[in-house]
Ligand binder design. Structure first.
Ligand code: MCN
Length: 789
């Protein structure tokens, strides 16, 4: 691949191999655990064995006497030191506040639990020692006296008057509640020819990046400031949280994100351990490290999904949906970390790409004695799409129609774009889909999966005793929302270009795609651009890599910063060449007079002229060929897509194989198709895992039963079929690049698509699969229950 820019050539849109991969695949990655420090100490956390208990007493005397133990901190120490509770992650934006006025209870999560523990695995104390082994040995010597409290585990009981309360201050276990409304759903259902009522359950899942969470902290005596390396998805948010909890100025906190082995959403939260580590480093002023082990990951890193839905849908005789009412419970566990965020993603995305004139969704987020439950790739959207696309199949079944027909006729038409859904997005802005041809995308997916051919063959398969089925699912995804991300570009006198971003990468290929955008906008060779990101000292403000937003928000910030740098280069060149800036062009890293290419300067030469001692006398220009710019999207961009799968079910065992999996999606202008493919395939693989294998299970006492990979099943490569991915491109007018996000999209449709496929295969048994995961046991039981009746 030629990586030299010219007028005709653009890097954006080309399948350029990920430049970071060689480093990462040959052991040259720099992950948190690779970092070396003199006098490095190690931390282990003492965690609650109970789901709900009062802490009566903590005895650290014996643990403190162990050789190698430097210090032990308890919740009481931090409480007395005035370390504040972690703030809520997201605010309720004004539009939503005025229209839906959600009730959001305050957040009381502490860096180390004080007086009360509310889930198994909650950190109570931290040991700082010469090695992790010593720190863990010391944990065994800590004695805690508890008074056990009643627990609430089942979200269905959480709001009962008789349920124990997690926070007396709240008065009940409702963390968040609100209703999203558009149109008159009562009337729509009254007028309908058919009314469908169904319940659905979405399983609780865990994120499971290869690299677990980790934190390394050091106190810098010279700068009198704290440095923290964290595998977080949100360096600037982490900086602000530490500042808020410890009352330490933001300028005295430097957060750096090294290479990260996956985040997938759970690392887009700020955790108690990060705050505790910051406090301990500030107190002891020595470097120390904590890397979560896998059991800790399962019992202390946020879970996700875990929703129960009750829907009522009114449908006309022609199969058109007239109104849909949904009531759902999201089990947020012991602490509601992200306010309305995940539940609102579900509530606002549920109607998806379908035209639903009347819609009402009552969301209740309830607290239980489990690990906090927040976001994981898709963050509330896979749940929404699962409900909606199951509903479409169930309507088709009720009317004895083809699900593809019902889906197609209910899809929003291209001529209706921009399409106002009548709802608000969580940013408080009207939810108006920007661009996309949903029906065309759908037709393309039917073509790719050979729908008509399959339809003809299916009866024959049944005749042969084979249970083969096809499932479809169509989604939209709100991507690229604010707040700002920033980019700073600096070109030095060698012409070396550094493109610095406020976002951090966890494996999304940012080093490559940011270089593509930067090179195109500066008119340079891509290899000249070095990309640095995830460091609060290089760009002052930023939010993080989540919500498939980095390409839209960070990418656009690059284009703005590059424009300012090239404008500045032109200004300098125009002064030196004594021509107007309008007569100058930029190509291959040179600014030159359009008609006389030999008359010009390279970026490096211009950067030399922009050094403080070289700027021509009297010229009104700041030193340095550099710029820092921030981009704030006016509102969200909406990606869309269709998944189609063919499965074969073994009715003796309940297992099923995925014979074919097709994705057709539209994320606006694609920066790098091969990276977009990788993102899609990775997302689908995680979606398949969450649909078939993965489920976090608790017993009635709130004990985690799935703390290891013997109990919590993850798919391996052999369970993932070949997945084809086709891009359609409807550029968004809402950002300078025309892009929409795609990092989560692959994970959004598999639950719906595979459930529909398995149910289709099992048509002869007339069963309904309204629960996830689609484990062999569940499928087998459903078949056999049917056979018994
Ligand atoms: N891209 C593109 N063309 C577009 C949009 C995006 O080529 N039209 C490229 C981007 O330049 C970027 C990648 O695709 O390299 C993903 O971009 P984007 O959709 O903006 O998503 P983010 O970069 O913000 O990444 C977040 C998203 C989320 S929310 C989760 S969860 C997730 C995901 O990305 N976690 C991941 N993908 C992941 N991939 C890896 N390897 N590891 C994770 O933890």
């Amino acid at each position: 691949m030629n990586t030299v820019a010219s007028k005709e050539k653009s890097f954006i849109g080309k399948s350029i191999q990920r430049r970071e991969d060689h480093r990462l695949l040959t052991g040259e990655g720099q992950y948190l655990d690779d970092m070396k420090f003199q006098n490095l100490h190690h931390v282990a956390f003492f965690r609650s064995p109970h789901a709900h208990a009062e802490i009566k007493d903590i005895n650290i005397e014996y643990a403190n006497q162990l050789d190698g133990v430097k210090a032990i901190f308890t919740g009481e120490d931090l409480y007395k030191a005035n370390v504040d509770c972690l703030p809520l992650m997201s605010q309720v934006y004004s539009g939503v506040k005025e229209r839906e006025n959600p009730e959001v209870k305050p957040q009381f999560q502490r860096a180390l639990a004080y007086e009360r523990v509310r889930h198994v695995g909650e950190a109570i104390a931290a040991v700082v020692a010469s090695s992790r082994a010593v720190a863990e040995d010391a944990l065994d010597l800590i004695e805690v006296e508890y008074e056990k409290l009643n627990v609430v585990v089942d979200p269905k009981n959480a709001l009962d008057k008789s349920s124990p309360l997690l926070f007396e201050e709240w008065g009940d276990n409702s963390a968040v509640s609100y209703t999203v409304q558009a149109g008159n759903v009562n009337q729509a259902i009254k007028n309908a020819d058919y009314v469908l009522k169904e319940s659905f359950k979405v399983n609780r899942q865990s994120g499971n990046p290869i690299e677990t969470r980790g934190v390394l902290v050091n106190w810098d005596y010279r700068l009198n400031s704290l440095s923290m390396w964290s595998s977080t998805q949100m360096p600037h948010r982490l900086q602000k949280f530490i500042s808020d909890c410890l009352h330490l100025p933001e300028n005295q906190i430097h957060v750096i994100v090294p290479d990260v082995g996956g985040g997938f959403g759970p690392k887009a939260l700020i955790y108690p351990e990060e705050i505790a580590m910051a406090y301990m480093a500030q107190t002891l002023k020595i470097p120390m490290k904590w890397v979560e082990d896998r059991l800790e990951h399962m019992m202390s890193t946020a879970h996700s999904r875990d929703q129960l839905h009750e829907i009522e849908v009114g449908v006309g005789r022609d199969g058109m949906i007239l109104g849909l009412r949904d009531k759902f419970l999201l089990d947020t566990g012991a602490y509601n970390l992200y306010g309305i965020n995940t539940s609102y993603n579900t509530a606002s995305h549920l109607p998806g790409p379908y035209r639903i004139p009347s819609y009402e969704c009552e969301a209740k987020v309830v607290a239980t004695n489990k690990v906090p439950c927040s976001q994981y790739r898709g963050a509330g959207r896979p749940e929404a799409v699962y409900i909606m696309d199951r509903v479409i199949d169930l309507i088709a079944r009720e009317l004895n129609e083809d699900p593809a027909e019902i889906r197609y006729k209910n899809l929003i038409h291209a001529e209706e774009m921009p399409y106002d859904t009548g709802r608000l997005y969580k940013d408080g802005q009207p939810m108006i889909y920007d661009t996309g041809d949903y029906q065309d995308c759908f037709r393309k997916a039917l073509e790719e999966i050979k729908y008509s051919e399959y339809k003809k063959l299916q009866p024959e398969y049944w005749h042969q005793g084979r249970y083969i089925g096809l499932g479809l699912s169509s989604y939209i995804e709100g991507t690229g929302q604010g707040p700002h991300e920033g980019c700073q570009i600096i070109i030095d006198s060698y012409g070396d270009i550094v493109c610095m971003l406020s976002t951090a990468s966890q494996g999304q290929g940012h080093e490559t795609t940011w270089a593509q955008i930067c090179a195109d906008h500066l008119g340079v060779n891509m290899d000249q651009v070095r990309v640095i990101s995830g460091d609060t000292n290089i760009v002052q403000y930023g939010s993080g890599t989540y919500g498939s937003r980095s390409a839209v928000v960070g990418g656009s910030a690059i284009s703005l910063a590059a424009k300012r740098v090239s404008d500045k280069a032109k200004k300098m060149a125009s002064h030196l060449l004594k021509v107007s800036e309008q007569d100058l062009e930029i190509e291959n890293g040179r600014v030159f007079v359009g008609e006389i290419p030999d008359r010009g300067y390279s970026y490096g030469e211009l950067a030399q002229w922009l050094q403080p001692n070289k700027i021509p006398y009297g010229m009104d220009i700041e030193p340095g060929l550099k710029a820092e710019e921030y981009f704030l999207p006016e509102t969200t961009t909406y990606s869309n897509g269709v998944h189609a799968a063919i499965v074969e079910v073994d009715i003796e065992t309940g297992f099923f194989d995925i014979l074919n999996y097709v994705v057709v999606h539209d994320a606006g202008k694609i920066i790098n198709p091969v990276i977009a493919d990788g993102q899609t395939l990775g997302g689908v693989a995680q979606g398949i895992g969450g649909t078939i294998y993965e489920e976090i299970v608790y017993d009635e006492k709130g004990q985690l039963l799935t703390g290891t990979y013997m109990d919590y099943l993850l798919p391996t490569a052999s369970e993932i079929p070949n997945i084809s991915s086709t891009h359609m491109e409807s550029p968004s007018p809402r950002n300078p690049l025309g892009v929409k996000g795609l990092g989560e999209s692959g994970a959004i449709s598999p639950p719906a698509c595979l459930s529909n496929a398995v149910e289709d295969a099992l048509q002869p048994f007339q069963i309904k699969l309204n629960k996830l995961p689609l484990s062999p046991q569940y499928i087998w039981e459903m078949i056999h229950q049917r056979e018994k009746n």
